[in-house]
Design a protein around this ligand. Sequence first.
Ligand SMILES: [Zn+2]
Length: 78
Amino acid sequence: MTDLLSWGIEMEKIETHLIKKVAKIPRVCTNCRKKIGEGEIYHREEGISKHLHSLIAREFCTECYSKYGQEKLIKGKL
Ligand SMILES: [Zn+2]
């Protein structure tokens, strides 16, 4: 028997974290829409769970990262 309640709880537990990367092509910050130029550092969201494969990873500039921090950016409550 499928336990729908515990499945729902599992879904909420899926976590992502931000990985520091260097932009190889110009990007745009998901939060402030600022341009992240080639060679600049940005923070890309990656899922701990492979279930997140289908989601589009968010990308944040260093400014937003230092201003809000990883946790707030991931939760989207700014
Ligand atoms: Zn930003």
